[in-house]
Design a protein around this ligand. Structure first.
Ligand SMILES: [Zn+2]
Length: 219
């Protein structure tokens, strides 16, 4: 079998079809955060209780049209969550808040996305892995704190349309303003938006973190 089956027990590092180093045993993960506490994957909701989650991959409401996560949870490396907490505080003062669609993503899920996706430009190449696999990327949008509803952005989450690009400009001014507000806020705290997805932000320190393949239920 070439690919790691979905949501099964992690396999030995040598079984990775692309020869990548991927941490896939809890023991290796624990050793990594014992050595460097920043490597710990923190549950975002525990650190930021008022943050809203809409973990689409734990439902069928995603581009795969199937449940990819057994649990609707979101994790990221410790410094990433520290920054998200600051962002949430800043936004809350202005009447807004974050809504997380996805954060740390086990490598096996990235493999499955790539095999199934019709448009490979919108999914990470498993030869490199995704910054989500490093616990250093977050997919998110803004909500109005009063209504709890998302503020209007150029496309829905995970749209494969050209309008999903953060540089797409043929849009109503209010939508451009909303998108800039999100991007500027995230960038002020050490995140960078990706070129084809207005909702995807990489943490600038991502290179220091290894790819991981540990399912949520083990964290
Ligand atoms: Zn993403």
């Amino acid at each position: 079998m070439l690919f790691t089956p979905l949501l099964t027990v992690a396999q030995e590092p040598k079984s990775n079809p692309y020869g990548l180093q991927v941490i896939n045993s809890y023991e290796d993960y624990r050793a990594s955060y014992t050595k460097n506490p920043n490597n710990e994957l923190i549950e975002i909701k525990k650190a930021i209780p008022n943050i809203k989650l809409d973990i689409r991959y734990a439902t069928k409401n995603n581009f795969m049209n199937q449940v990819m996560y057994k649990e609707a949870r979101a994790f990221a490396r410790k410094p990433v969550v520290t920054q998200l907490k600051k962002i949430q505080a800043t936004l809350n003062k202005k009447g807004y808040g974050l809504k997380i669609f996805d954060a740390y993503r086990p490598y096996a899920i990235t493999l499955a996305f790539y095999q199934k996706a019709s448009n490979k430009n919108f999914v990470a190449n498993p030869k490199k892995g995704s910054k989500h696999n490093r616990g250093c990327a977050v997919d998110l949008t803004l909500i109005d704190l009063k209504t709890g509803k998302e503020i209007q952005m150029p496309t829905p989450y995970d749209s494969f349309a050209a309008q999903a690009s953060p540089s797409y400009s043929n849009l109503p001014p209010q939508i451009i303003k909303n998108r800039s507000f999100l991007i500027d806020t995230m960038q002020a705290y050490g995140f960078r938006v990706i070129s084809n997805e207005w909702w995807h932000f990489d943490f600038i320190g991502w290179k220091e973190y290894e790819l991981m393949d540990i399912p949520f239920e083990k964290l």
